[in-house]
Design a protein around this ligand. Structure first.
Ligand code: SAM
Length: 295
């Protein structure tokens, strides 16, 4: 087996050889601990049947661990200074393709069709995400319906807690719902700052998201559902009713009628948004859509 890229000595050697300077604006914190990389690959459940998409390979630390376990790896990297480095560090691995692209602008479906030699193999997404843009990347992958059975990400611990939060907790909010609507979310493990070069300012965690066969609740209009959930958390200390009226002022005149309708669904409008489950939010948005249409 080849020597790991992810050790302090080898990483420093590679960076020196190419005169590479980190760009903070691109969230460049490279992993330098092979044990953490092995844990990420195990958590993701990558096997030789799996194709993997990676976002932001850096100098290839995680990419090589994925390449050793997976069928094929396709990695999107925005920083062109890393391309010659990756060409060298990943030269022992024939099952890796690097694409020079911003993941937020790339047509992932099209690139997969072009670059994977067996695009029909089961797909997983695995990444140590750039921290300045973690949430937009995850939401875009979900909304573009990239056909991955799971997504395993290293990200800020605080974001990992928000993504996996349960109703009634401090971290629970519209991000928890946006992701748990499609995926079962589990915070797999916490990661100390010392395993990165340079060390980030915040603690990190690995989150494992497994795609649900069907979304967590039956919703008539997904766009409206997400609009309602965001509105319900616009001001966390306000009741659901007050947040809904701020978003839909026309409801104000209809409070009594709405209260009756919602109480027949077991929804108390004087509760705060953070107390409602995804299934309850589905009832709220389905009923509200019907109500607004008829008034
Ligand atoms: N995977 C490497 C590792 O674990 O050592 C590097 C991870 S580093 C946290 C994030 C990587 O994402 C960097 O290589 C950075 O250049 C890249 N990146 C930042 N924004 C990106 C974007 N929008 N699209 C693709 N890659 C991006």
């Amino acid at each position: 087996m080849n020597k790991d890229i992810a050790t302090p000595i080898r990483t420093t050697e590679i960076l020196k050889k190419y005169g590479f300077l980190f760009k903070k604006s691109l969230g460049q914190n490279f992993l330098i601990d092979p044990n953490i990389l092995r844990r990420i690959v195990t958590t993701a459940g990558v096997t030789e049947e799996t194709n993997v998409i990676e976002i932001g390979p850096g100098i290839g630390a995680l990419t090589e661990h994925l390449a050793r376990s997976a069928n094929e790896v396709l990695a999107f990297e925005i920083d062109d200074r890393l391309l010659p480095i990756l060409a060298e560090t990943l030269s022992p691995y024939e099952n890796v393709e690097i694409v020079h692209a911003d993941i937020l602008k790339a047509n992932v479906h099209e690139v997969m069709g072009e670059k994977f030699s067996s695009p029909e193999a089961p797909l997983k997404i695995v990444a140590n995400l750039p921290y300045y843009v973690t949430t937009p990347i995850i939401l875009q992958l979900l909304h573009e319906k990239v056909p991955a059975s799971s997504m395993t990400f290293m990200l800020q611990k605080e974001v990992a807690e928000r993504i996996s939060a349960k109703p009634g907790t401090k971290s629970y909010g519209s991000l928890s719902i946006a992701i748990q609507f499609y995926m079962v979310a589990e915070l797999a493990f916490i990661v100390p700052k010392t395993v990165f070069m340079p060390q980030p300012n915040v603690d990190s965690a690995v989150i494992h998201l497994v795609k649900r066969e069907t979304p967590a609740a039956m919703v008539h209009d997904e766009t409206f559902f997400f609009e309602v959930t965001r509105a319900a958390f616009a001001q966390r200390r306000k009741t659901l009713w007050n947040n809904l009226v701020s978003k839909f002022p026309e409801l104000k005149e209809q409070k009594n009628e709405l209260e009756v309708r919602f109480s027949s669904l077991d929804i108390d409008l004087s509760r705060r948004g953070e107390t409602f489950s995804i299934q309850e939010f589905a009832k709220i948005s389905n009923e509200l859509a019907r109500f607004l249409k008829n008034h």
